[in-house]
Design a protein around this ligand. Structure first.
Ligand SMILES: C[S@@+](CC[C@H](N)C(=O)[O-])C[C@H]1O[C@@H](n2cnc3c(N)ncnc32)[C@H](O)[C@@H]1O
Length: 207
């Protein structure tokens, strides 16, 4: 586990890095939310949480179930220095049982984590529970836009010859059909599943 967490940290910092500000800006632009508490679920090395803190004045809760990932994210926050990093707190927890109050979060983001969740319906119910009225969630996976995705795929194919097969296997865990079915079984009344150049994204809003 230790090895894969540090390996992902290296890839995230050296290859995926340009993706995080693009996704943070997408969530802010689509939701219009720039204040209150944000939550990055399955934050891994914490780079999307940092990007969101840089894009807004929000306090960001960066949550991951893997204690080693949380430790690495903590190191990355120290490296990032004060300012936005000082508005990020780290939480070691599972999306299916988040130690967060009902209606406490204005904006939820999560990239590349839902492919690993055991129970998507329960996770979406839990995300909806913590969302404030007027809040929004962007949960999915992707590489920002078509140009970035193509660049990153080229780099990843050199690092990992099985990259395309790995992506296909992971994507099959959360197809639009699987996500829609999980959401229909949940108590989430309103959702949108997008599958385009930005990746596959579930958008939830609480009215
Ligand atoms: C592929 S990494 C993505 C990390 C980060 N979001 C990024 O894009 O750089 C997936 C992360 O989700 C976390 N994760 C997987 N299942 C989880 C769960 N049930 N609850 C919380 N985090 C989870 C893993 O520990 C891992 O850090």
């Amino acid at each position: 586990m230790k090895k894969s967490a540090s390996g992902f940290n290296r890839i995230a910092k050296e290859v995926f890095a340009p993706v995080y500000p693009v996704i943070a800006r997408m969530a802010v632009a689509r939701s219009g939310i720039t204040e209150g508490w944000a939550l990055d679920i399955g934050t891994g090395p914490g780079l999307l949480a940092v990007a969101l803190a840089c894009e807004t004045r929000m306090e960001v809760c960066a949550l991951d179930m893997d204690p080693e990932m949380v430790r690495i994210a903590g190191q990355n926050l120290v490296t990032a220095g004060g300012g936005p990093g000082s508005r990020i707190c780290l939480v070691n927890a599972d999306v299916h049982r988040m130690p967060l109050k009902e209606k406490s979060i204005s904006l939820v983001v999560s990239r590349g984590s839902l492919f690993f969740w055991d129970d998507l319906t329960r996770a979406f119910d839990e995300i909806y529970r913590v969302l404030r009225t007027g809040g929004a969630a962007f949960v999915g996976g992707g590489f920002g836009d078509a140009h970035l995705r193509d660049e990153i795929f080229d780099q990843m194919r050199m690092i990992n010859p099985d990259w395309d097969a790995d992506v296909a296997r992971r994507s099959s865990m959360a197809t639009p059909e699987i996500l829609r079915r999980a959401l229909e079984k949940s108590g989430v009344p309103d959702f949108l599943v997008r599958d385009d150049d930005t990746g596959i994204w579930v958008e939830l809003r609480k009215f």
